[in-house]
Design a protein around this ligand. Structure first.
Ligand SMILES: Cc1ncc(COP(=O)(O)O)c(C=O)c1O
Length: 275
């Protein structure tokens, strides 16, 4: 069993209440009248007292709260650079990122780790983007193959996509150190690549929610500080399945960090039209 994460506790009521309220709706409404009052109370605590449609991008309250654990102290300066939608867990977030980026970014390739969560390859194949692998784990040294990773990513073209697991890499368990993340971030910036961070395990790696968000926040800071008009931005596919134990409720979000020369409002609209 993973250790309880004190830093995650403030978000537990929000995410679990949301999941209870929305995902059990059909059962409650049609099968179990006694439960209705409880679930309505849960919805009411989110300021939602009806079962009308949500925004096409999902619950605005959920979307706003979901940003906090991953972007943390960057949030105040990030508001106008962030577009977010609620997704069917982390799998749904990855699945929305694929076709969205295939259509609007037109990458020539997507780079995934040589060993990774099995669905990365199929998601991007379905999106119609040629998949390339970058070396990740060296079985000889039992550590990260940073040189192999950087060499492979150096062959990428502008606007190509790089899928990076934010922490607790599945399946190797090997993560980058902060200095290694910095080297990848420099290369990404130099070559104007688009990173999709897959964050399915925030709070699981060093036992520190903020430590697990370090890479996402570092890349985000780079984008915000960028004066380049070629930096394409970055996505975070966020899952609450593991860290909140909400496997069955399928709770996740997709965030897009928009560089200063582009409009997050425009992306938010396009995100919604895409669904
Ligand atoms: C790296 C990675 N990304 C995404 C997911 C999918 O997350 P979810 O269960 O929330 O769909 C997983 C699940 O195992 C995963 O390991």
């Amino acid at each position: 069993m993973p250790k309880p994460q004190p830093e995650l506790l403030p978000w537990v009521p929000m995410v679990t209440t949301y999941a209870m309220a929305c995902c059990h709706f059909a059962r409650v409404r049609f099968c179990d009248g006694c439960q209705l009052a409880t679930d309505l109370q849960a919805k009411a605590s989110l300021g939602e007292t009806t079962h009308e449609y949500l925004d096409i991008a999902g619950s605005p309250i959920f979307n706003s709260q979901a940003k906090e654990p991953i972007f943390g102290p960057l949030m105040p300066g990030l508001q106008s650079n962030l577009a977010s939608i609620q997704t069917v867990s982390g799998t749904g977030a990855n699945h929305l990122a694929g076709p969205f980026l295939a259509r609007y970014l037109c990458p020539t390739r997507v780079f995934i780790p040589a060993q990774t969560w099995i669905n990365h390859r199929s998601i991007w194949e379905v999106a119609g983007v040629p998949v390339a692998e970058y070396p990740y784990y060296s079985s000889a040294t039992k550590t990260l193959d940073l040189a192999g990773m950087l060499n492979a990513l150096a062959t990428a073209n502008t606007n190509d996509v790089v899928v990076l697991q934010a922490c607790a890499h599945n399946p190797t368990g090997v993560d980058l150190s902060q200095s290694q993340w910095r080297q990848v971030a420099d290369l990404v910036r130099r070559k104007s690549l688009f990173v999709v961070f897959d964050g399915a395990y925030q709070g699981f790696a060093p036992g520190d929610v903020n430590g697990d968000a370090w890479a996402v926040r570092h890349f985000t800071e780079n984008i915000l500080a960028s004066e380049s008009t070629t930096h394409p931005g970055m996505c975070v596919a966020q899952s609450f399945s593991k860290n909140f134990g909400l496997y069955g409720e399928r709770v996740g979000a997709l965030h897009l960090v928009v560089p200063p020369h582009l409009s997050a409002e425009g992306v938010q609209v396009t995100f919604s039209l895409q669904r």
